[in-house]
Design a protein around this ligand. Structure first.
Ligand SMILES: C[S@@+](CC[C@H](N)C(=O)[O-])C[C@H]1O[C@@H](n2cnc3c(N)ncnc32)[C@H](O)[C@@H]1O
Length: 282
């Protein structure tokens, strides 16, 4: 946790108040009353891919290196976040700050989650108030695909009305699994359905009834029910899963080999469309 406890960000204080505490936590004070004075401040959501540090774009690395501070979401201050290992491979640890999010909350739009978004947004506002012009926020995969960044950006916009928000696309877990398992995602006129199984296995069953490729996210603890749904739809044979892609403990295997055991939260499923002949869907 060297970076999280490292020195304060390089940007100089410009209002006489001290830098954020060494963990980048929200010692916010009157940040809200001063951020309105900031002009030209920028929040950049950077997708850092699913886990393999080589799956980050050149632009993503550049935007993080140019930022005054790079925030990484964590579940608690003393744990390395999922995006953090990748960020550390490319960015000076002294400019990395952990921000706590209720990443493991199963309560929907829970009070805990909302409080975490508010607090993280105040941390961003605080960095602007202290002189930062660019704050980067690293997120696994892509920042516009089921990412905490969406809620953070909305909250920061309310707090710092003049902030410019930008995103740098990242490789999604779906793309990494397709590449690693040799699954073609879509060809010809095939549709692609991406859904989180936390929205219900029935929705997955509905998607599997169609002809197209189905990708499921957030399905780890429902893996047994997902395997049943695939079997019922006659699509178990072609389906693959990837757990902890690019991270320690990675697993890539056919869904048929699962035997109903649960998988980690970081698990992705690809059930490719059925294809009979080459180019048959053109
Ligand atoms: C909050 S969403 C983040 C999605 C991410 N923004 C993306 O573009 O892929 C979390 C879900 O993404 C998928 N995921 C993200 N990283 C993964 C990884 N390293 N291995 C497998 N699945 C992953 C899992 O389905 C997980 O439940």
């Amino acid at each position: 946790m060297a970076g999280a406890r490292g020195p304060a960000p390089a940007h100089p204080p410009r209002n006489g108040r001290g830098p954020p505490d060494s963990l980048g936590r929200g010692v916010i004070g009157d940040a809200e009353s001063t951020v309105g004075m900031n002009t030209g401040v920028r929040l950049v959501g950077v997708g850092v891919g699913p886990g393999d540090p080589e799956l980050v774009t050149v632009k993503g690395i550049r935007r993080m290196r140019e930022a005054d501070v790079v925030l990484v979401p964590v579940m608690s201050h003393d744990e390395q976040g999922r995006a953090e290992a990748t960020v550390r491979a490319h960015v000076d640890a002294a400019r990395i700050r952990r921000v706590v999010f209720a990443l493991n909350d199963r309560g929907g739009r829970s009070e805990r989650r909302v409080r975490a978004w508010d607090e993280a947004a105040r941390t961003v506002a605080h960095h602007f108030a202290e002189g930062a012009t660019t704050v980067a926020f690293a997120t696994i995969g892509d920042p516009n695909v089921y990412s905490t960044f969406t809620y953070l950006a909305q909250t920061v916009r309310d707090l710092v009305p003049r902030v410019e928000v930008e995103t740098v696309p990242g490789v999604t877990a779906m793309q990494d699994l397709a590449a690693r398992s040799g699954s073609v995602l879509v060809e010809g006129t095939e549709p692609l359905t991406l859904l989180p199984v936390t929205g219900g296995v029935e929705r997955l069953r509905g998607a599997l009834a169609s002809e197209g490729t189905v990708v499921a996210y957030k399905f780890g603890r429902f893996a047994g029910e997902v395997a049943d749904a695939l079997r019922d739809a006659g699509r178990l044979g072609e389906a693959v899963y990837g757990a902890r892609l690019g991270l320690a403990g990675e697993e890539i295997a056919p869904m048929a080999e699962l035997d109903g055991r649960p998988l980690p939260y970081l698990s992705t499923l690809v059930a490719p469309a059925r294809r009979d002949i080459r180019g048959g869907k053109l």
